[in-house]
Design a protein around this ligand. Structure first.
Ligand code: CS2
Length: 488
């Protein structure tokens, strides 16, 4: 099959497929999105598409890939169109999203990206650059100035390389042109994501121009957000399967669950869509939402990823289909729930029930390997802060510690069936070096805890934490993840 989904083939799609009913040619690009991967296309882009469908044509998206050309090569031949495939058990809903107008690849043409960000049409800049894309130390939140790309952007912004670098280069240009700043909305699972993004941007700006930094601090807006939708990576089989239905090929499709949630701090530097009417929650207090989501959903996800991955279990739904897998998740949630100050509108028991049903959705095919990626960037907010809170309250944390111990075993790059795999993590070289020469579980735990980019010294220095982790790691090494789960 060679014909692709595009403006020209849109009319040939079967009637079950929802498609843009607005005039795409009249849309203007009010949003620049950095990091246009599957998550953005399944989450924020669907909201901007709904804004367009409601008649506000200012919210087209100019997508930017900060590294590779893959998404551009999928989307541009399709006029930016792609199908959002929502799957729940054997139900499926198909919607073609028309909000993406074009995609730029930053390393090919950094100037075009800065120009788009500096355009008077651009009011919002959304980001899904993953945790590591902020170039912040996961433990302290400080800009990693020795990173080669950060160092280059600190020296010159003529051709930026990092997300903070692009934002600062464009903000300087907006200021010089007498334009207001855009609102920069981090949509990554970082704690206090808005404040962290602002911190990275201000540090980068201050290195170039103190007045610019002061202007950004006074006039800019970096709202905090909680974003939630499970978006497994698309496979070739998914693309082939969709082509059978559509009659044309869509290489940019994304698959996801029906659930979606976006909570945004009500703080903007300029125009935005009528978010509240689009199902987005605007609030002054995002932190309690974010904390609940990171510690319950993402904390459990990471535990499932490492324990399931070590046991050779491919998918999340398969882990929670095991009695011991489900019990582990419930125990982890019991421990984490006591550390939360949930918002009044959040019923934690109902939320947990809904989360378990989402994890159990067999149609998602969400790979444990996908979640296992970049653990060094995820552990602090998902598991370590929770352990610290339990510890401070004098409460035990066996399930949380088991999840962290499984991450430790994962760093060895060998699973329970003695199969080697690649540890996909920006700190993989450091964890590997730490493990070299460590002769037993106690030594391995001590060596990994010493990496202060991941583990806060106060936690790492606590004997009880060390011993609990070492006991679990020892068991994981001796008995494997399945048997260890059964002991919890
Ligand atoms: C997952 C998240 O890959 C991961 O680390 O935990 O991407 C998760 O699916 C989303 O945060 C759900 O909103």
């Amino acid at each position: 099959m060679s014909e692709r989904l595009s403006d020209a083939t849109l009319a040939t799609l079967p009637p079950e497929v929802t498609r843009p009913a607005y005039d795409r040619a009249s849309v203007t690009p009010g949003v620049v999105h950095l990091g246009i991967g599957a998550f953005h296309r399944a989450h924020q882009a669907a909201v901007f598409d709904a804004a367009l469908a409601a008649g506000d044509l200012r919210w087209g998206i100019l997508g930017v890939s900060l590294r590779s050309a893959g998404v551009r090569d999928q989307l541009v031949p399709q006029d930016g169109l792609y199908t959002l495939v929502e799957r729940d058990g054997d139900r499926r809903r198909l919607q073609v999203i028309g909000a993406v107008q074009t995609v730029l690849v930053a390393p090919e043409d950094p100037e075009a990206v800065v120009a788009a960000l500096a355009s008077a049409d651009t009011h919002l800049v959304t980001l899904t650059v993953t945790e590591k894309g902020y170039k912040l130390d996961p433990a302290t939140g400080a800009l990693i100035e020795e990173d080669a790309d950060v160092a280059a952007d600190l020296a010159s912004l003529d051709a930026p390389r990092t997300a903070p670098g692009f934002l600062v280069a464009a903000l300087a240009r907006r200021r010089a042109a007498g334009l207001a700043p855009f609102t920069a909305i981090s949509c990554d699972n970082l704690p206090h994501n808005g404040a962290r993004l602002q911190q990275a941007v201000l540090r980068m700006a201050a290195a170039h121009d103190a007045d610019l930094a002061a202007w950004i601090e006074a006039e800019g807006a970096f709202p905090q957000t909680m974003i939630d939708r499970i978006v497994p990576a698309t496979t070739d089989a998914d693309v082939a399967d969709l082509a059978d239905t559509l009659g044309v090929e869509d290489r940019a499709m994304v698959k996801t669950e029906p659930f979606t949630q976006w909570v945004i701090e009500d703080r903007f530097a300029g125009p935005r869509p009528d978010f509240a009417r689009l199902g987005v929650q605007l609030t002054d207090a995002v932190a309690p939402w974010e904390e609940a989501k990171l510690r319950l959903l993402n904390g459990a996800h990471s535990g499932i990823a490492y324990l399931g991955g070590l046991a050779g279990i491919d998918f999340v739904h398969e882990v929670v289909a095991l009695p011991e897998g489900r019990r582990f998740v419930e125990r982890l949630w019991d421990e984490a729930a006591s550390t939360l100050s949930p918002p009044a509108a959040l019923d934690v028991a109902a939320y947990r029930g809904e989360l378990m049903a989402r994890f159990a959705n067999p149609a998602l095919q969400h790979r444990t390997r996908q979640i296992a990626m970049d653990g060094s960037q995820k552990l602090p907010q998902r598991l370590l802060a929770t352990i610290a809170a339990r510890q401070a309250a004098g409460a035990p944390y066996p399930a949380l510690a088991l999840a962290v111990a499984a991450w430790m075993r994962w760093q060895g790059g060998v699973d329970d069936a003695e199969q080697d795999f690649t540890v996909d993590d920006p700190l993989a070289a450091r964890t590997r070096a730490a493990l070299e020469g460590a002769e037993n579980a106690d030594a391995r735990v001590a060596a990994l805890l010493a990496i202060d980019a991941i583990f806060p010294p106060a936690l790492a220095g606590t004997a009880e934490v060390r011993q609990t982790l070492a006991a679990w790691l020892h068991r994981l090494e001796a008995e494997g993840a399945r048997a260890t789960l059964a002991r919890l």
